[in-house]
Design a protein around this ligand. Sequence first.
Ligand SMILES: [Zn+2]
Length: 696
Amino acid sequence: MAFEILPTLKKYFGYDTFRADQENIIKDVLEAKDALVIMPTGGGKSLCYQLPAIHLPKTTLVVSPLIALMKDQVDSLRANGISAAYYNSTQTAEEQNAIVERVVKKDIKLLYIAPESLGNIQFLLNYEYIDCIAIDEAHCISSWGHDFRPSYQNLGFLKKQLPNIPIIALTATADAATREDIVAQLHIPNAKRYLSSFDRANIYMEVRPSDKRVQQIIKFVKKRPDYSGIIYCLSRKSTENVAKKLVDAGFSAEAYHAGLQPEDRETIQDNFIQDKTKIICATTAFGMGIDKSNIRFVIHFNMPKNIEGYYQEIGRAGRDGTAAEALLFYSYADIIQLERFMLGAANEEMQRSKMERMKQFAEATSCRRRILLNYFGEISEKDCKHCDVCLNPPSFIDGTLLAQKALSTIYRVREKEGVHAIVDILRGAKNQHTLENNYASLSTYGIGREVSWRDWQHYLIQFINQGLCTIAFHKDNHLELTHLAHDVLFKGLKIKVTEPITKRRKTPLPIRESVKKSYDEALFEKLKEVRLAISKEQNLRPVSLIFNDASLKDMAAKKPTTTSEFLKISGVIQHKLNLFGRVFIEEIKNHVSFGKADTYQKTLLLHKKGKTIEEIALKRKLHETTIYSHIAKLYEENKIDSLDAYISKSEIEKIREASKVLETKEKLKPYYDYFEEQVPYHIIRLGLTILNKKEA
Ligand SMILES: [Zn+2]
């Protein structure tokens, strides 16, 4: 390898070492070999083509379907001093032409382009201008993938047209079938497959039945005060409902969905990143491209359509590597709704089978992590001991009699009722529906009274899963019997079911956000404020364009006070040091000297920053009276020039008059009594300080 890639890593990205497979992938690309990279979000995927692009003389083409994120990606490269641009339908013809010109002049290292726009730049697609092609979100090419996009279907022409240019295909999630489909469709059969582990061991996974979801959520967040979390909902309306309920219960929460104004979305996102809002109730779009490492929980209010989506969403929790939780609520109502969405879709079959796998995950009676890893082709032989199933292994009981009761009820209503009505009949419910249909006259009416509503639902799901009955989604979700039901009812077929989950199930204790932090939390908070101020002043968004959380934490740990020390911080490059270094170093210096200062100096530092007495008291967790006594002492020692801000001339005069009568200029109480409690102590103190100082 002729290139020295490590110095490039430090110079443009600010890191000292590569992560996982990054180095090998980069070498492959630089040797013009094709590659397929499967790396979880946050794993450092984009570096795999961004770094080689710096070394390659021409332009690296980056095909990406996410027009909304293109600008962020390009901004972030530019912030690192790398020339980059994007080309898509949101631009004017003039803007597009200017970009093409720059590619011709070899002035652009990375060009992001939407697949639909490739046709417009045909004349650039040759060896003269392009020397590498990256296909981001490569799973979109496959109709086997969870997010198929027709515009990706034609990308196969790239390899045919430019056989000597390396293609690097990247995605965060793809099962085995999708992976092979990507390679086949892009015509890169020899691409080396780089598969990072999908295991996010720090995330505890749990699935619960979805009755009284909102109450369950409120209970959950109560036990986790001040934790950051995302609650994913299927509809805009539920995001708003859940957020409102949380706010009503006293939590800091906001709803986020595509129906909001862009400015509002931006504010909500900022507040979340800055920890001003703790919980966001969002539709699935939220969280993409967000750099927030301390999200402690992700809750799914509804079941996601597939495992890929679920995995991507829970992956936004615990990026800092410390304990995080993923809680999924599961109900048949959700399945029915998802079924409805899928009806008539081009790849309905595919979507249905992916949802089937998601359902199996939700209903699992064995380790959930193994199921998840298995799904992505990572065979794990050991149970994780860190999911709800591992902590509460199910016990099986004979369910034959229960099955007979349920199945014969389905038979008696001529397969014309869904789960809800069947349970009502079994429990002998006296509601309008059972009365109107005269169900009380059925011989099975009330024969399952001893089993709770929730437990019946639990059993029925298992009967469905075991193939004793099915849900006829096209017939109002009625339950229909299968030939196995016949065997249970008439041929003595025995059925086993898992016991319903008892009330007292084991869950890991909510772990405080890393018991011991390796960085100075107060400094981290201050640095975040500095970052936000710069972001607003210079209109730099997202804030990670300045420095990301990981860099700020490293600063808060190492506390660099010189430029050379600052340059050693992870993610800091010379370019950014020049732009922002001074302000951050200044803040760190202040913080360090503040830490060493005695109590008077601390008050003085805050006073100099223009803070009010109230603010200083709040910040220092001291009483206001104490802060006034500090101020008085600092004035005495000539560290503060004037007390004009706190006491008026007439007040001083009043105290001077009193001092002539009272014979003391030290004790405050006689003055307080003299003024009949109408002048507060702190004014008396300040007044006497001024008088004494003048006399001295
Ligand atoms: Zn497990």
